[in-house]
Ligand binder design. Sequence first.
Ligand code: ATP
Ligand code: MG
Length: 452
Amino acid sequence: MRMSRYFIPTLKEIPSDAQIASHQLMLRAGMIKQAASGIYSWMPLGLRVLQKIERIVHEEQIRAGHLPLLMPTLQPAGLWRESGRYDDYGEEMLRITDRHNRDLVYGPTNEELITDIFRGHVHSYRDLPLTLYHIQWKFRDEIRPRYGVMRGREFLMKDGYNFDVDKPSAIHSYNRHMVSYLRTYQRMGLQAIPMRADTGPIGGSYSHEFLVLADTGESEVYFDSAILDLSFEGRGVDYDSREECARHVDEWTSHYARTDETHDPETFEHEVPASQRRHSRGIEVGQIFYFATKYSAPMGAAVANAKGERVDVHMGSHGIGVSRLVGAIIEASHDDRGIVWPPSVAPFQAGIVNTASGNPMTEAACDRLYRELATSGVEVLYDDRSERAGAKFATMELIGLPWRITVGPRGLKSGQIELVDRKSGLTESFAPDRIAGELRDRLSASGLANAS
Ligand code: ATP
Ligand code: MG
């Protein structure tokens, strides 16, 4: 992409209502624009990141055997009356009446709608287990929308729902979700800690929230630092194996990790050696639930089991805050000059800066490099504007692309182009015909594909 043809409406002034780094940086980098309180338009650069995150979420869900579908944002209120949540959900739910006087809700979540889909079509244990999910906009009329996309009113969520014939099978679904979520966050360069949670308005028996540590997080967290050493790097997962999934989950949940809602100081002190006790803040980036027959029983979602008896299906639901993750990743990865994107979610992998616009030699070199990189599949943003070099560097640092290629007249004369690592600041020089290859080597070393 050539910057002269792109649309990055950067801001010079930090808006006063933007209190945390991610909100400020997203506005300054022209990633989002507020439309109304807690409601945002996603500008081209922001959308690229959002879509990268979505793609990783899809890949890991599909890998775990879960099936994507797409449910609407508007739902008939009748389903919510059946489950009893129409009144329970309170003022966060946006209720709408259409021209025929029919009640609708803008979905804050989808347990009712998915249960309705299920009960209309699935009647036998032979069709189970089944996990369906979608990535769709939600609306919750939050009393205090704040921190930009972190706590919006309209926000993008991946929500999934499992249907199983009995509890052991549903627990396996729960474990599969925990493993697939941990892998998902890790691929985005985040360390998310599963913490035992209350079940809230979703209800149910088991729940874990996934928290990313950040000073600006809204949750207070207590955990054993040993959990920070765990990783899925280099581990394959057999999602069909109940034993294996349970082993991974045991490993991740054996260490104390709770939010203030479930924290128990006595257990914390008893279980965790003093040197490993941590108390900090975190951002909730996902939550999983097992709630047995809470929705299937009142809504009549039952199947025939192997003995021919009709049994209510066991369900769970699972959510990832897709749009919140954009903010969470920035909170976890930025410096005083701007965003530092992990390569897997960066809007472009590299930027090219021509330090002497108008100079035929540097322009020709940039054009050649830009074409070479673009045709070999590298996502590259070429700053071809007639701005001063300093302004171009500042924009590149702000938008945080992992690599910057700097082409200047002096360097070119001595046969050198610079490659700068945004994260470390390390600068290396290469001959013009080697630079594309060097960049591609570094991109593949950063484990972008992470297909294992
Ligand atoms: P919170 O406690 O932060 O209000 P929640 O527990 O009500 O969130 P869930 O129902 O668990 O939210 O939704 C799944 C995920 O969706 C959350 O883990 C979070 O990452 C994201 N999410 C929830 N509410 C919002 C919001 N208002 N804006 C952006 N993301 C949100
Ligand atoms: Mg939650």
